[in-house]
Design a protein around this ligand. Structure first.
Ligand SMILES: NC(=O)c1ccc[n+]([C@@H]2O[C@H](COP(=O)([O-])OP(=O)(O)OC[C@H]3O[C@@H](n4cnc5c(N)ncnc54)[C@H](OP(=O)(O)O)[C@@H]3O)[C@@H](O)[C@H]2O)c1
Length: 250
């Protein structure tokens, strides 16, 4: 039996997922890092993580392709024989005003951000249950609960993700599987480059965040690590907001 804990981070090669992968490596977890297209970022991140002394297995899979997910989890079982942590972090989305949204935009966004979490969680739960349980954390954003310009498709997909988190937390509790989500204010990752109003978002986050600065990938990763810790084991189905206080301003 593989001795070290094993974590899967989807979209773990860049941005917030990468920060989470680093914190897991710092705790001595072996890692399965999933990504979609950017091989260079994947190789660089894998090398950085391996330099910390952990094993890293890269999986290039579109999490929206449900029929490919079984293969990803079979690879995990073959490589490591166990899965302790699943961080559902990969996301995408079409950023348009509501009147410009098309069916394909809706499907693309929902399939990557919501549906993938449900079907990855099913597979993850099967592997985790063989080894006495595990923990899952999904990444959400403030658009799940509040209205952000151009953000309808992503906001709705994240609202679904938060609901899926609650259902999973209850249905998987008997298998000793703990499920929560971490939501965050704007973080200056590559994702923000796709926003038509990026400069306004940055100015707003810098200017209005009560904590006095923008949220960083590490801020979100710290909350994820807490939810993956034994200290958080009685927190079930919750979404913890990490936003420096901006969302509770009137
Ligand atoms: N940035 C923010 O302001 C913010 C705030 C709160 C919450 N979040 C959430 O935090 C998470 C990470 O965001 P981020 O800003 O770090 O994103 P990012 O910089 O755009 O990175 C996205 C990562 O996900 C991967 N990915 C995208 N689509 C995928 C797919 N279909 N299948 C597999 N992998 C896929 C990408 O792989 P490639 O490199 O191959 O493309 C990349 O590794 C998301 O869930 C996001 O909603 C972000």
């Amino acid at each position: 039996m593989h001795q070290r804990k094993v974590a899967l981070v989807t979209g773990g090669t860049r941005g917030i997922g990468k920060a989470i992968a680093h914190k897991l490596a710092d705790q001595g977890c072996d890692l399965v890092i999933n990504y979609l297209r950017n091989r260079t970022a994947a190789r660089e991140t894998a090398a950085e993580l391996e330099a910390k002394g952990v094993r890293v297995h890269l999986v290039k899979t579109n999490v929206a392709e449900t029929n490919k997910l079984k293969d990803m989890f079979s690879e995990i079982e073959q490589e490591f024989g166990r899965l302790d942590f699943f961080v559902s972090n990969a996301a995408s989305g079409v950023l348009r005003p509501i009147m410009e949204l098309e069916e394909s935009h809706w499907d693309w966004t929902m399939n990557i951000n919501s549906r993938a979490f449900l079907f990855c969680a099913q597979e993850a739960a099967r592997v985790m249950a063989k080894n006495g349980g595990g923990k899952m954390v999904a990444l959400s954003s403030l658009g799940a609960q509040f209205v952000i310009p151009n953000y309808t498709s992503v906001g709705v997909s994240k609202a679904a993700l938060e609901a899926i988190t609650r259902y999973l937390a209850i249905e998987l509790a008997p298998q000793n599987i703990i499920v929560n989500a971490v939501s965050g204010g704007a973080v200056d990752t590559d994702a923000l480059k796709h926003f038509p109003n990026r400069e306004d978002i940055l100015a707003d986050a810098v200017g209005r965040t009560p904590a006095g600065r923008m949220v960083t990938p590490e801020d979100l990763a710290n909350a994820v690590m807490f939810l993956l810790s034994d200290e958080a084991s009685m927190i079930r189905g919750q979404t913890i907001i990490v936003d420096g206080g901006i969302s509770i301003l009137a």
